[in-house]
Ligand binder design. Structure first.
Ligand code: AMP
Ligand code: ZN
Length: 459
């Protein structure tokens, strides 16, 4: 039975989808104003592992990731500039070009990391009508009000507000004093529609029943998730930084409109830290996939490193750590390719242990320890390979197609000598087969007879 940790109930629960074998997942996607940093990418590796575990358990997954290309302001408190328009000004490009460029860069990172693409990429600017419709429904229910810079959701009208984060609202009011827009009725109220400034033409703006402007950041996720996955769906993911604001707001908007529970399982990945601090732009400690590649670290090494920590634990990043992971990866691949290219049969005993770990809230570090156990075991090399490849359906390291030049490759000359030896042996010309065995040995290869034929091993 698959168990997943649910942020909403604060415990591990047996996973029960609404309509098995179908599972709907919505993941908060990137804001495309800059390259994704490796902390952001941790959020998508986590979702990819979640999805692979569901697929491994024979579920049929419908996955939606949004692309935020408008409306995410520099402060989560609905203040400041739109991140995309700010980046456009800094780079003297149009906001549309900025969004398109960084979206492409993100898709390229996703591909390099072997992340399975979602069923639907949902872009905020492609769903403006859906967002306006949702805001209209909120207006009908008298959940929103107007102030000078936009339409705001009144959180005091949603009794369960903040439940996901266990928010202490009184504490929040005091803490929020400095940042809070004084026109808001409650500090936790948030914008669903922002008006374009009167003295400025925004590059991205739309007409709406409330005036020209653009959607607040949170409304896109409610509108697009419910559009594609229904009013109540199975799993919603994101980084833990989304718990106190973004996800509490998504719940408030969605449940106020439908009167139904929005999401059954909320799942959040913990932070990637750089020298014990959160990786973030303002700290100037951003590392992108390109930074890694420029330093000779292949993206797959980052995926390998990701598997060494549980998604709910903080994970510390440094170049020293990732360089060590690279050495670990090279050693592992060498051992794996040394098993040869033939597949034997999957060992059920090791697979059973592996399944226990992956189904225990995606415990990848423990699941990967089973790979090491298999390598050390006395299983036949072909069976080791088959067992590890089965597990790689979840790890997603692309081991099946893995070939490192010079490692694990058997030269044609050696293969044909081994074939010749097998022929000799099958026709009981043992002197000849022994002679070829000796020749192979001199050339640095050991040949072993097996049920399937033979196995070659580098000496
Ligand atoms: P953003 O592009 O800022 O909207 O973030 C994209 C995703 O990355 C979200 O799910 C965030 O919660 C997540 N995220 C941001 N910073 C980190 C970090 N340092 N470690 C892990 N996840 C992060
Ligand atoms: Zn979201």
């Amino acid at each position: 039975m698959l168990k997943l940790y649910n942020t909403l109930t604060r415990k591990k629960e047996d996973f029960k989808p609404i309509d098995p074998p179908h599972v709907g997942i919505y993941s908060c996607g990137p804001t495309v104003y800059d390259y994704a940093h490796v902390g952001n990418l941790r959020a998508y590796l986590f979702v990819d592992i979640l999805k692979r575990v569901l697929l491994y358990n024979k579920y049929d997954v419908k996955h939606v990731i949004n692309i935020t290309d408008v409306g995410h302001l520099t402060s989560d408190g609905d203040q400041g500039e739109d991140k995309i328009e700010k980046s456009a000004k800094l780079q003297s490009k149009s906001a549309w070009d900025i969004a398109e460029y960084y979206e492409k860069a993100f898709l390229s990172d996703v591909a390099k990391l072997n992340i399975i693409e979602p069923t639907i990429w949902a872009k905020a600017t492609d769903h403006i009508k859906d967002q306006i419709k949702l805001i209209e429904k909120l207006e009908k229910k008298e959940m929103i009000y107007k102030i000078s810079d936009g339409m705001y959701f009144d959180t005091s009208k949603f009794p369960d507000y903040g439940k996901l984060a266990n928010l202490n609202l009184e504490g929040q009011e005091e803490g929020a004093r400095v940042e809070v827009n004084q026109e808001k009725k409650n500090p936790t109220d948030f914008a669903v529609w922002k008006f374009s400034p009167e003295d400025e033409t925004r590059q991205m703006e739309w007409k709406s029943p409330w005036g020209k402007g653009f959607p607040g950041w949170h409304i896109e996720c409610s509108a697009m998730s419910m559009k594609y996955l229904g009013e109540t769906f199975d799993i919603h993911t994101g980084g833990i930084d989304h718990v106190p604001v973004h996800h509490c707001n998504e719940i408030a908007q969605s449940e106020s409109v439908t009167g139904k529970k929005f999401v059954n399982y909320w799942m959040h990945n913990n932070y990637l830290l750089v020298n014990e601090g959160k990786m973030s732009k303002s700290k100037g400690n951003l590392i992108s996939m390109k930074t890694l590649e420029d330093k000779g670290i292949e993206p797959i090494v980052y995926r390998f490193y990701f598997l060494t920590a549980h998604y709910r634990s903080k994970q510390n990043f440094s170049f020293e750590i990732i360089n060590n992971e690279k050495l670990g990866w090279d050693r592992f691949i060498q051992k794996f390719l040394d098993l040869g290219q033939n597949e034997g049969s999957v060992d059920e005993k090791y697979i059973e242990t592996f399944e226990e770990f992956i189904n225990d809230d995606l415990n990848m570090p423990r699941a990967f320890s089973v790979v090491h156990d298999v390598l050390k075991s006395d299983l036949d090399d072909f069976d080791k390979r088959a067992t590890i490849l089965k597990m790689d359906e979840v790890f997603g390291l692309g081991l099946k197609d893995m070939k490192v030049e010079g490692v694990g490759d058997i030269p044609d000359e050696i293969k044909s000598l081994a074939d010749e030896r097998l022929d000799a042996r099958n026709s009981k010309r043992f002197d000849k087969s022994d002679e070829i065995r000796l020749t192979l040995k001199k050339m640095g290869w050991d040949v072993e007879d097996t049920q399937e034929g033979y196995k070659l091993k580098k000496i």
